[in-house]
Design a protein around this ligand. Structure first.
Ligand SMILES: [Ca+2]
Ligand SMILES: [Ca+2]
Length: 284
């Protein structure tokens, strides 16, 4: 594949780049995941109407923090996050070339006041930010709460690595997740099984650039290591992390568990009537 800078229009000829990558998903699988995500969002809508349900919103906002300090970023990656660390993220970090993502879902590290992301005219265009940024989101799941669903939709220009509570979940290059017109297609990630009672940390590392691959050197870039192999950090046009999603928790046992239990009991009863299976032991 070409090592030229990513831009959605120039990638229109490279739609086949999504094929053959271990982490790429088939259209059918992706469609199913999108349906699952839509269902989760629907549950969020239902759940928010119930006072007992807690919705933790993962969209960019005041809960996400960011840093360019690699040591602090490493702590977040390990699951060590203290409220107030880092700085607020730059939200609405869109660009002129990316039309498939809600601008509200896009964020980056622009320092305080946005000064790290301004071009020579002082405008934030989405292409002049730091080459590497770390993002952290800390939240609590209270004792006795049951995670009903937790889904993230995530993509980054050009690389991201998601960890939850110190555990590596997924890493990807935008090059492997574009549609036929070259626009980015977010990965839908079920993170429910990574969550735990108490403190939880989502961490993202994101970089502008490209994988080194078989190149002898990074030429104009700076070589760093990544979970996907050697990476050349350089100003490859735009940079952003797009993230959205939510976790839904309910008190345990939830009404859904009770409903499931009731349905299970009904099934056992009907089987017992048909086949004579013993539901309960009757002494005497
Ligand atoms: Ca850039
Ligand atoms: Ca880029």
């Amino acid at each position: 594949m070409s090592s030229s800078s990513f831009s959605p229009t120039s990638r229109a000829q490279n739609a086949c780049a999504t094929d053959g990558h271990p982490s790429s998903r088939s259209p059918l699988r992706l469609r199913r995941l999108r349906l699952a995500a839509a269902a989760a969002v629907a549950v969020v809508g239902l759940g928010s109407a119930q006072a007992s349900t807690t919705v933790i919103n993962f969209d960019p906002g005041t809960n996400w923090r960011t840093t360019t300090d690699r040591e602090l970023g490493q702590q977040w990656a390990l699951g060590n996050f203290t409220s107030g660390e880092g700085i607020a993220v730059q939200t609405g970090y869109g660009n002129a070339g990316t039309t498939s993502l809600p601008t509200d879902s896009m964020m980056w590290n622009c320092g305080t006041g946005g000064d790290l992301c301004r071009d020579s005219s002082g405008v934030i265009t989405g292409g002049d930010g730091p080459l590497e940024a770390f993002f952290g989101f800390g939240f609590r799941i209270e004792e006795g709460a049951q995670v009903l669903a937790a889904v993230l939709s995530v993509i980054a220009d050009d690389f991201f690595h998601l960890r939850v509570n110190g555990i590596s979940v997924v890493a990807a290059m935008i090059d492997d997740h574009t549609d036929g017109s070259g626009q980015p297609v977010p990965l839908i990630v079920d993170i429910a099984s990574y969550l735990r009672t108490g403190d939880n940390v989502l961490s993202l590392r994101a970089m502008d650039g490209t994988l080194k691959g078989t190149a002898a050197t990074c030429e104009s870039g700076v070589e760093v290591s990544s979970v996907l192999g050697a990476f050349c950090k350089y100003d490859r046009v735009y940079e952003y992390v797009s993230v959205s999603g939510a976790a839904i928790t309910v008190p345990e046992p939830s009404t859904l568990w009770l409903l499931g239990g009731a349905l299970g009991m009904l099934g056992l009863r009907s089987r017992a009537r048909r086949g004579g299976a013993t539901l309960t032991h009757r002494p005497g």
